[in-house]
Ligand binder design. Structure first.
Ligand SMILES: *[C@@H]1O[C@H](CO)[C@@H](O)[C@H](O)[C@H]1NC(C)=O
Ligand SMILES: *[C@@H]1O[C@H](CO)[C@@H](O)[C@H](O)[C@H]1NC(C)=O
Ligand SMILES: *[C@@H]1O[C@H](CO)[C@@H](O)[C@H](O)[C@H]1NC(C)=O
Length: 390
């Protein structure tokens, strides 16, 4: 505004000079040209810079960052989901199961429930191993389904099938299934995802699940802690559907984002009623029940695969997002792979979470298999952000 008024005041002076100069010109075309020149002369250099440089750049910038702007303004167009009723979670390794059940207001059972752990597998081989080892003592049957299509409709090799020999310890308790992709071009990835979850329901019945069994519904990278599942299988009167609050990590356990992961859930199975889903299904949330490690991959190529494959693949807005060197830099900075703003519902939280995730140096409360095999899974622990190319 300041610049404009500046231009305006100086143009008054130049107008008079112009009139004299301009009148002397003969041809109409030349007259028009010099009029234009006169008008332009009325504005100073700063005005030109604003009109021809800064304004187009700002518009271009806005175009590149529409997503950021809409995310930043999210508190204006979106309201947070209904809050959960978070229930306290009591645990100490040296407290008896009966006392633990009682602390939650539940009673201990004579024998534990059977537990089914069902996942849709994409390419998270290392995280799968950590998950299955964590839950192994308490899970009756592991159910894994994989498809030859990603959610985004790209063909995918059967990665679990080719690595199955590495999971010998699970073999007697494994129900494995394959579902063929539908490869519909241009379809919303959430449709393929829903289709695969229905197939998982069928696989669960084939695995022999029955009423009153405990069913864990979660993504591979949402790992309930072993003691949480042990508690839920031993106690009576637990809620029939319970969400698990998990600690949220990104790239490795070095980057602890927050404690707000809630999508994993545990169900007391009811045939005909229980449907495998990954959305909100109840109001109760059990506090501090495990870990969610997103994009926790060993190789850069796995990051690239996941970025293209998952349901939010529209976030790959520019091809340079898939550049391996950029991905490595982003991981070591704790920045965002898709250059997005935090998805929060208040300005305070958005601003509070902007910029890289601070490093955590704590490896105190992590899956036991990870610490027992720290050398092999070094990249998941604090201080090891460098990834191999594979
Ligand atoms: C566990 O409890 C027993 C008996 O109450 C006690 O002797 C032992 O030191 C406790 N262990 C830990 C790790 O607290
Ligand atoms: C995917 O799997 C289905 C069923 O197993 C098969 O018929 C189909 O040819 C496969 N498609 C690709 C692209 O591998
Ligand atoms: C997550 O919860 C734990 C235990 O309640 C707490 O110590 C930690 O500071 C929390 N971390 C974040 C990032 O909120």
């Amino acid at each position: 505004m300041l610049i404009m008024s500046d231009g305006y005041s100086s143009s008054k002076k130049t107008d008079d000079i112009c009139q004299d100069v301009c009148a002397q010109h003969a041809t109409r075309a030349a007259l028009a040209m010099s009029r234009l020149r006169c008008i332009l002369r009325g504005y100073d250099v700063k005005t030109y810079i604003v009109v021809f440089l800064i304004l187009p750049l700002a518009l271009f910038g806005l175009y590149l960052h529409v997503q950021k702007v809409t995310y930043f303004l999210r508190p204006l167009w979106d309201s947070p989901p209904r809050p959960f009723r978070e229930i306290p979670h009591f645990y100490h390794e040296n407290v008896s199961m009966e006392t633990l059940c009682n602390l939650h207001g539940w009673k201990i059972r004579e024998s534990p429930r059977r537990v089914f752990d069902a996942v849709l597998f994409s390419n998270e081989i290392d995280i799968l191993r950590i998950r299955w080892n964590e839950l192994y003592p308490y899970v009756t049957e592991f159910v894994l389904l994989e498809s030859n299509s990603t959610f985004s409709g790209l063909p995918k090799p059967l990665i679990f099938a080719t690595n199955r020999h590495k999971f010998k310890f699970i073999e007697p308790r494994l129900t494995y299934g394959v579902v063929g992709g539908r490869f519909k071009k241009g379809e919303n990835p959430f449709v393929e995802e829903a289709y695969q979850r229905v197939a998982l329901d069928q696989l669960l019945r084939r695995a022999g699940i029955e009423d009153d069994d405990l069913l864990i519904m979660s993504d591979v990278d949402e790992i309930p802690s072993a003691h949480t599942i042990n508690l839920l299988r031993w106690c009576d009167d637990i809620p029939p559907v319970l969400h698990l609050q998990l600690r949220n990590f990104l790239y490795s356990f070095e980057y602890h984002i927050d404690n707000k992961s809630w999508r994993a859930s545990v169900h007391i199975y009811r045939s005909g009623k229980t449907r495998y889903a990954h959305f909100r299904q109840a109001d109760i949330l059990l506090s501090d029940a495990g870990w969610h490690c997103s994009f926790c991959f060993r190789y850069i190529r796995e990051f690239i695969f996941k970025m293209k494959a998952y349901s939010h693949n529209d976030r790959v807005r520019f091809s340079h997002f898939l550049n391996p060197k950029r991905i490595q830099d982003v991981i070591c900075k704790g920045a965002d792979l898709f250059d997005m703003l935090p998805e929060e519902y208040t300005f305070k939280e958005i601003i509070g979470k902007m910029g890289p995730i601070p490093r955590s140096y704590s490896a105190v409360y992590l899956p036991q298999y990870l610490l027992n095999n720290a050398e092999k899974y070094k990249y998941l622990l604090p201080g090891n952000c460098k990834r191999g190319s594979g």
